[in-house]
Design a protein around this ligand. Structure first.
Ligand SMILES: Cc1ncc(COP(=O)(O)O)c(C=O)c1O
Length: 305
């Protein structure tokens, strides 16, 4: 049986990280970077556009427009190519140029929006807001479909399936940890895992100094965890799902990024590294039983930086 590119989205392997974490407990990481857009966002891109096509909000050939840190844009570019839609991505100029190149390679038009208070490689909430405004303007001017990934309910629904996949692959999961951009990954997986076992501990990860979800420090809006940590709770945030907050420094993310590459052969991005770092911190904290299993996601490939 043959497949289309859309069939390459979802059903990613769950990898046990045996070499960079020797216990207590074990870390299982969903290899989301293996999808055709190279990140976890492919699932939301496919779900949102397929829903819009089926209920008529997105008609055949209509332009699709979205603000992106690059990963949602790559996912949308993949899905737009497969469904035959032109795609315009607005992105903060602070996100890595590799992302713009990839989107362009997938046929997208990329509009770079100047940074407000961030700097290259470090994108703030204000930078994101500027890129979002540009997307709204372009969608209006061109009669396009605005994806609105922060508010679209299909993103969370898509990640409930990610959670069910994790449960099937892992057998049993004691804890789930993930960094938060739109929150769709954290929320969807947490809902699915808690529906299976209400005791599953769910921890949201934030960059040190940009910790609104934990009710903490907002002194450092600039950080390396691109795609996450925008300094405000995302619109679909459900605080009842967050049992715990964990924070990660830029230096820790750098160190774990290197470790995942050199020790595991997994060349991934900073939020993926932060996720694994936080999983190790949780297992090392003694809060879980000695043989506990912590699940997380490897959000994107290191080739995007
Ligand atoms: C690299 C990276 N990690 C993590 C996330 C967070 O995913 P979510 O938007 O589902 O919270 C994103 C979102 O764009 C991302 O680009």
């Amino acid at each position: 049986m043959t497949a289309t590119v859309l069939d390459l989205i979802g059903n990613t392997p769950l990898v046990e990280l045996r070499r960079c974490w020797s216990g207590p407990g074990r870390i299982l990481a969903k290899a989301e970077f293996m999808q055709p857009g190279g990140s976890v966002k492919d699932r939301a891109a496919k779900a949102i556009l397929q829903a819009a096509r089926s209920d008529g909000r997105l008609s055949p050939g209509m332009p699709v427009v979205e603000m992106t840190s690059g990963n949602m844009g790559a996912g949308l570019a993949v899905v737009c190519a497969a469904l035959g839609h032109p795609f315009v991505a607005t992105m903060s100029a602070g996100n890595s140029p590799a992302r713009a190149r990839m989107m362009e390679g997938l046929g997208a038009e990329v509009v770079l929006v100047p940074q407000v208070d961030g700097c290259p490689g470090q994108v703030t909430g204000a930078d994101i807001a500027a890129a979002a405004e540009a997307a709204v303007r372009i969608a209006r001017d061109r009669g396009g479909f605005l994806v609105d990934q922060f508010n679209a309910p299909e993103g969370v629904a898509a990640h409930k399936e990610t959670g069910r996949e994790i449960a099937r692959q892992a057998g049993h999961v004691d804890a789930w940890v993930a960094s938060v951009g739109t929150g769709c990954t954290f929320i969807g997986v947490a809902r699915a895992l808690k529906a299976i076992d209400a005791q599953t501990l769910c921890a949201a990860i934030e960059p040190v100094g940009s910790e609104p979800l934990a009710g903490g420090d907002l002194s450092k809006p600039r950080h390396l965890l691109q795609g996450t940590g925008y300094g405000v709770a995302p619109p679909q945030w459900d605080p009842d799902l967050m049992d715990l907050g964990l924070s990660v420094t830029d230096e820790e993310a750098e160190a774990w990024k290197h470790r995942l590459g050199a020790d595991e052969g997994l060349y991934v991005g900073y939020s993926a590294a932060a996720n694994v770092c936080a999983a190790a911190k949780l297992l090392g904290s003694g809060r879980l039983e000695a043989g506990a299993t912590v699940a997380t996601v490897l959000c994107d490939t290191g080739l995007k930086y």
